[in-house]
Design a protein around this ligand. Structure first.
Ligand SMILES: [Zn+2]
Length: 309
């Protein structure tokens, strides 16, 4: 079926990856925060379908390429330990991706190893719900830790720095590593929260994606890429700011409280409709109970709101 590839054509691999990235970029630009598995299968290259990920295997190499094209991290609902929590090596902050199975020379592991050796860019599909994925790209396999049966994967612009790191340990600053990790995880956090809140502001139901933000209830908690959705809430930019400056608070029973001084103020429509009329209303939360804001986090946040009065 895939006999059209000319093996000597090095451009083929480069072209396919570049086209896959721009295809994904265009798809994501049109609004969705994540893609369904069926959607990911619709990529066409040179007139033929090329699936961008496998349904089952974590590492995916299409038959027409000589090395891996994508890696996938599966979804675990809140409360279930996330498989990628162990991707972070605490001491260095770099991301890890486990081998498929235990065997070094399993075909998919060899495919990812080739991608590392060739330095080709990969797509990392992070599941942000059951069967829906946030593609993060390009990422690169930059080193392998055979004893731990895993690859070190690094994202985007810093991959060069990580390659240096792989050759000269210690040359990549801690800030760079944390930056890579945070960028990747904030993309996953956003995708997860938007999916759970169906891309709507929990306070006012505003649903224009680019003006929505995945907001942490307790900012300083770092979940990694884990079950952060219970510390997350989708808010429009206005209500996000209002929450952050303490103009409004959310009671542990999910009821909106507007700061009393603002309730007495006289102002324009944003004050009236955007704040005052929402006082006492209940926010919208995900239909899945396990994905709703965690009670203790709401209590902590509301206590801060009260104390700031
Ligand atoms: Zn809003």
């Amino acid at each position: 079926m895939f006999d059209y590839r000319c093996p000597s054509d090095d451009d083929f691999d480069t072209r396919l990856r570049a086209e896959a990235f721009s295809w994904l970029t265009n798809k994501m630009r049109r609004g969705p925060e994540y893609l369904a598995y069926s959607e990911i299968q619709k990529f066409i290259f040179d007139g033929r379908p090329v699936p961008l990920k496998d349904r089952v295997k974590g590492i995916w190499k299409p038959a027409i390429l000589s090395s891996a094209l994508s890696i996938t991290t599966t979804y675990r609902p809140p409360g279930v330990e996330r498989p990628y929590d162990d991707l972070i090596h605490k001491s260095d902050g770099l991301l890890r991706y486990k081998w498929n199975g235990m065997k070094r020379d399993e075909a998919t592991n060899r495919a990812l190893r080739s991608a590392m050796e060739e330095g080709v860019p990969l797509i990392w599909f992070f599941a942000v719900g059951k069967g829906v994925f946030k593609p993060v790209f390009p990422v690169y396999a930059v080193a392998e830790e055979e004893e731990a049966q895993q690859f070190i994967v690094n994202a985007d612009a810093s991959h060069v720095a990580a390659q240096i790191e792989a050759e000269q340990p210690g040359s990549m600053s801690k800030n760079q590593k944390v930056k890579v990790r945070n960028e990747l995880f904030s993309a996953v956090f956003r995708g997860t929260v938007m999916r759970a809140y169906r891309s709507r502001c929990a306070v006012c139901s505003f649903r224009h994606g680019p003006m929505l933000e995945a907001t942490k209830i307790i900012k300083e908690i770092d979940h990694g890429a884990g079950a952060a959705v219970t510390n997350g809430i989708a808010l429009c930019v206005f209500h996000r700011s209002a929450l952050e400056v303490g103009a409004l608070g959310i009671q542990p029973d999910l009821v909106v409280q507007v700061r009393p001084a603002l309730m007495r103020e006289d102002g324009g429509p944003m004050l009236r409709y955007g704040l005052q009329e929402l006082h006492g209303k209940r926010i919208s939360v995900p239909s899945v109970r396990a994905e709703r804001p965690r009670q203790d986090l709401l209590e902590r946040a509301f206590e801060r709101f009260r104390q700031a009065d």
